[in-house]
Design a protein. Structure first.
Length: 101
């Protein structure tokens, strides 16, 4: 999740007016679609790690219970963040539809 916040921070201008506000591929920055895709992939990896950790706990083959709990917590936080991003995107889309009428 910290990586996601760092990526978003890299996109923001240091001072207002210092940079052009176009951050797409044409300006050499990371596109929003690529940022979302990498975030989804990172969330998926965390979910897979959490699933493996939960399986290890259930079967008794867990090596470090603390690390398993951390993996589950990271996966839960990452999933909640992605759900909030999705909810905000849907809300913005609906607002755009309302303003076009």
């Amino acid at each position: 999740m910290a990586d996601l916040l760092n990526k978003v921070g890299e996109l923001l201008p240091k001072e207002i007016g210092e940079q052009n506000l176009r951050f797409g591929e044409e300006s050499g920055g990371v596109s929003f679609a690529d940022l979302l895709k990498s975030s989804f992939e990172e969330t998926n990896v965390m979910q897979e790690e959490a699933e493996k950790a939960a399986t290890d706990v259930a079967t008794g083959t867990v090596k470090d219970l603390h690390q398993a709990a951390i993996a589950l917590g990271k996966a839960e936080s990452s999933l909640k963040l992605m759900l909030e991003v999705r909810n905000k995107a849907i809300s913005a889309y609906r607002e755009i539809l309302r303003t076009q009428m």
